[in-house]
Design a binder for this molecule. Sequence first.
Ligand SMILES: *Cc1c(COP(=O)(O)O)cnc(C)c1O
Length: 462
Amino acid sequence: MKYLSTRGQVSGLSFKQAVMMGLADDGGLLLPESIPHLTPGDFDAMAKLAYPELAFQVFTRFIDDIPSADLKGLVERSYATFTHPEVTPLVHQDGIDILELFHGPTLAFKDVALQFLGNLFEYLLKESGDKMNIVGATSGDTGSAAIYGVRGKQNINIFILYPHGKVSPIQELQMTTVVDPNVFNLAIEGTFDDGQHIVKEIFGDIEFKQTYSLGAVNSINWARVLAQVVYYIYAWGRIQRAGGSREIDVAVPTGNFGDIFAGYLAKRMGLPIRTLILATNENNILARFINDGDYSIGDVRPTPSPSMDIQKASNFERFLFYLFNEDTEKVAAAMQEFAASGKLTFTAEQQATIRGTFASRSIDNSQTLATIRDFHAKTGYILDPHTATGVAAGKELTDGRAALVCLATAHPAKFGDAVRKAIGQGPEMPDSLKGIGQRDKRCEKVPPDLETIKRYVADHAR
Ligand SMILES: *Cc1c(COP(=O)(O)O)cnc(C)c1O
């Protein structure tokens, strides 16, 4: 399997090269040259597999440059850190199937991909003898999941910028209580956008990037998308084993279009997904895109689901590649237009194609909390605020003729304030968070200044 860029100037990469490149050198995103198509019989066979075996089977369709035994080892180690024996269990509540993706070390779905990516980076660096310095900005969940993915690993240092005082106390503690010597938490006196901007500038300095072998962990990395394809197939398989419908609808709380793009790939591989229900919070650019063909940036509003407070969906470009029938010139032109005007519009025909696959709702702040409250009153089950947007959108859009799977992207204890607001009590703390406030902490407060941060990275790089 070879990989190419959505913008057409990079092609013929191996899987390993695609993972190490992260963002394509032409500014595009990397995708496989063709999507493997599986038969109904293949999926039936996969329905019998335990999660790590399934992940291995799916990965072998996309990865042909890592020996099987090594890949198997990587997969097994990546999912052994999950506290649930099923890794991503499916829980039936109030007529819907909740796919719990939050049993990894940092209690959000990003662990599913970043545990694997961390092990993969370590393996590839050992093989090449190279070193890597990961630099990233976070608004909360990505930072801790990336840190847990690479803590204590050889040949890798990680630098995470987060906005001081603007992530939840639990999110901050999940980062700062990792005191391994290869982890550097940088609390900047600024916003998430400041951090993101600085990271972009650092990566834009090609000489600096090469001198310090910078690596990226955001969801533009192909390995992250690939790892997320697996749990769509897993959920479908569990429903088959329980005698459920052959076709399923899946509701996905969405910010950067990464998680739902993995579902789109699973559908293109042949998995019987009927509709992908895209849930947004009040930051509704993607809902406007699907319902009205209007992809135009608005102001970012704070919501109870902060990991979806995004107006520029970094993975959207991957979907455009398929919407434009794999025409890389059209993708490049559209991305240029979007960069210049902050806006893209779509033809009636394109809109019909989009709505053949996706349906969408934007869930406002009060409906998010009301969904947590109502669901809890009915079932005793506590949804986290991100998951609640998916449940609300799913319930509005399902016609009851297919099983409805709702992806649960975070454990409610990560967002205790929103949960307390909704139901008047906090969720039970999972073991990994017990006593977290008493542990040793390590972080540096730094000004949001490009040169200061570059110097810090240079001084502490591998
Ligand atoms: C990151 C995140 C999302 C959004 O995922 P995307 O891949 O950006 O669409 C949703 N919920 C939680 C809890 C997250 O951490």
